[in-house]
Design a protein around this ligand. Structure first.
Ligand code: FES
Length: 94
């Protein structure tokens, strides 16, 4: 029998998603920016102005620095929960 504390501390199931052809895993529903950072992917795109590397900064949907293509649509990685089978493209985003 599972204790109330153990039940409250349980984590969501791990799901798999693809980033530039690489298969990663993360707890279902974790913010995509967090899952990418946990995998060591901190540079998400380049500045369209000067080509400088950019990555998630505010983690709350304000700065737009985490804009990447998710399933072919430009999305904010910090506001997008990871989902099984999700396809993420870091290459090609300015
Ligand atoms: S990290 Fe700022 S909008 Fe996503």
């Amino acid at each position: 029998m599972m204790s109330r504390l153990a039940a409250a501390a349980s984590r969501p199931a791990e799901i798999s998603f693809e980033v530039d052809g690489r298969i990663l895993s993360a707890p279902q529903g974790e913010p995509l920016a967090t899952a990418l950072a946990a995998a060591g992917l901190l540079q998400l795109r380049h500045s369209p102005r000067n080509g400088a590397p950019r990555g998630a900064f505010c983690f709350m949907g304000v700065c737009q620095e985490c804009a990447i293509h998710v399933d072919g649509v430009l999305r904010q990685a910090c506001m997008t929960p990871v989902a099984d089978g999700m396809v993420v493209e870091l290459r090609g985003v300015p």
